[in-house]
Write a protein of this length. Structure first.
Lengths: 284, 277
């Protein structure tokens, strides 16, 4: 049985000009020990879909789905209290901006131990020990001293490591990483991706990787979902997606990669959709 | 050989990090002894990780910060802003575009004013002329005259970067410093902006200094590549030389860290994973 199974998920936002549908009828399932990548441009609803799973959307959003089941729990009908017990312990999320997701007023050690205190009910010395162990696992040098640092005293890559440490603190079954490396340099990106994939393999987690970077997909994913304007365009395993993309949108995304440039110009998704529509004889 | 627009000779920039009662002052060498030449109409890419001094060098080239020592020549004329006043003519020659299109536009300024301001400050053009030029520039960067009276929050990231490009081009510069112009943008929007930059380079015969950490973009756009590491230039050559035969170990590390999206690498990765499981 799948770890997370979502059927026909839709998310709408109430705006002054009527309802805006950010996600329209997405089906999604992740198994334990699987890396699923969700790819799409900004505004394609990839983050919103995952925020709906976490229950982190604002009140203006209406979430509907036929079913949304995580590890035997129905996420649609559960109470806020039940949800808070699961979120952070069994499902954890890492966000794009590590600096913005840490609280600047508290040390990183405090923020890590908070999770252990709340979910694992550990006492102070056990928490400290576990925190040092986690910092070692994510590759932060001199963990004993770094636990007392504030977020502004660490680099972006280090902060992202702290976020990962907080996310894996309770050995979650599912980790959702929302653009975990977009704000980072290539060399640091490589380190963070390697870390995520090795932790995923070691703990047998399910990992959902939300990204717009086809390179990141190629380096990490087992299976890929391509999303565009709130709809699923294609779902395939990573090899067949890159070898023989079925959807025209996926082909457009791949051809926009600078390394796939033919001739002087890069093809853009807009060009591609226009050509596609012209050849099919319909208006875009 | 065509005309040389930009030349740097042994440029050094040190920052003095202030001491306190108990801590001694430190000197950070942000840029160490950098030399290069750039011909008209070409693109020089400066590559390196954050903190390697590439943006500091960009600020020196744009005449925002002075160099500590060394010579900077623009169109063959030496400039040191620590000693001389810069004339409006000098300012017009070099313009810069920053990484974050959300941070580099004033949220309370209409787009028309954003584009008109460089002309207001540096030229004697009338309001009507400024307006006319701004409208033309909007069309050139792929926006429309109807955007003239809008505010920055009404635009997407890609459109804002187009506005930043338009603003930089208002004074018809010959040299444009692009500090990570596409790293905050999505893949397909990135492709659009790169295409726009290539078109504008042809149209206005612009010279680009392209600062980036993304090697796949650099490979696409650059003629010459300079790799920086801790303030030093570790590799400098034409694109073909650097990409086909990297000499320094740091350049090789950079290449190894760039995600590979060809089918063979994916197949190899999946095979490794299977073997490990």
């Amino acid at each position: 049985m799948a770890l997370l199974e979502i059927k026909n998920l839709s998310v709408g936002f109430d705006t002054s000009t009527g309802q805006f549908m950010a996600v329209q009828g997405i089906d999604l399932s992740v198994d334990a020990r699987e890396v699923l990548a969700i790819v799409g441009e900004s505004g394609s609803g990839k983050s919103v879909a995952m925020l709906a799973v976490m229950g982190l959307l604002p009140k203006a959003a209406t979430v509907t789905a036929d079913s949304m089941i995580f590890d035997g729990h129905d996420m649609l009908t559960m109470s806020g209290k039940q949800r808070r017990e699961i979120i952070g312990r069994d499902v954890a999320m890492i966000f794009q901006e590590p600096m913005a997701s840490l609280n600047p007023c508290f040390t990183v050690g405090f923020q890590l131990e908070e999770v252990l205190r709340f979910h694992m009910k550990m006492d102070r010395p056990t928490r400290r020990k576990r925190a040092i162990e986690l910092f070692k696992q994510v590759g932060i040098p001199a963990p004993e001293e770094r636990l007392n640092s504030f977020p502004h005293q660490m680099s972006g890559g280090q902060c992202q490591r702290v976020m990962i440490a907080i996310a894996i603190a309770c050995n979650p079954k599912l980790l959702i990483a929302d653009e975990p490396t977009t704000a980072l340099d290539v060399t640091i990106q490589k380190q963070i991706l390697d870390l995520l994939v090795s932790l995923q393999a070691k703990h047998g987690m399910g990992l959902i990787m939300i990204t717009h970077d086809m390179g990141v997909v190629a380096e990490t994913a087992d299976r890929v979902i391509v999303q565009y304007k709130g709809r699923k365009m294609e779902e395939a395993d990573v090899l067949s997606l890159f070898e023989a993309p079925k959807s025209p949108y996926t082909r457009a995304l791949l051809s926009a990669l600078p390394e796939n440039a033919t001739g002087d110009r890069l093809s853009t998704v807009a060009d591609f959709m226009k050509n596609e529509a012209a050849s099919a004889g319909v208006a875009p | 050989m065509s005309e040389i627009v930009l030349e740097g000779r042994n440029i050094v920039r040190d920052y003095h990090v202030g001491g306190s009662l108990f801590a001694k002052a430190k000197v950070v060498h942000a840029v160490k002894d950098v030399s290069f030449t750039l011909e008209k109409g070409k693109t020089l890419a400066i590559v390196g990780e954050s903190g390697c001094g590439k943006s500091t060098l960009g600020r020196i080239l744009t005449l925002i910060d002075p160099q500590t020592s060394g010579e900077l020549l623009i169109d063959g004329k030496p400039i040191n802003i620590a000693k001389d006043r810069i004339t409006p003519e000098m300012r017009r020659k070099v313009q810069i575009i920053f990484q974050n299109p959300y941070g580099s536009l004033n949220p309370r300024q209409k787009i028309g004013e954003v584009l008109g301001e460089p002309l207001l400050l540096n030229t004697n053009k009338t309001a009507a002329e400024r307006r006319e030029l701004a409208m033309q520039m909007l069309v050139k960067v792929g926006l429309g005259p109807e955007h003239y009276n809008r505010y920055p929050h009404m635009f997407s990231g890609g459109q804002r970067q187009r506005i930043a490009i338009a603003r930089a081009l208002m004074l018809s510069p010959s040299l444009l410093v692009l500090d990570e112009p596409v790293s905050a943008l999505d893949l397909s929007v990135q492709a659009q902006v790169l295409n726009l930059l290539a078109d504008l380079q042809d149209e206005f015969d612009l010279t680009y200094v392209f600062i980036s950490h993304d090697l796949s973009v650099v490979r696409y756009i650059a003629d010459e590549v300079m790799v920086m590491y801790y303030g030093e230039v570790v590799e400098y050559g034409t694109r073909e030389e650097v990409f086909s035969n990297p000499q320094h170990s740091y350049t090789k590390t950079l290449f190894a860290a760039t995600p590979k999206s060809d089918v063979e690498s994916i197949r190899a990765r999946l095979a490794r994973k299977k073997a490990a499981a």
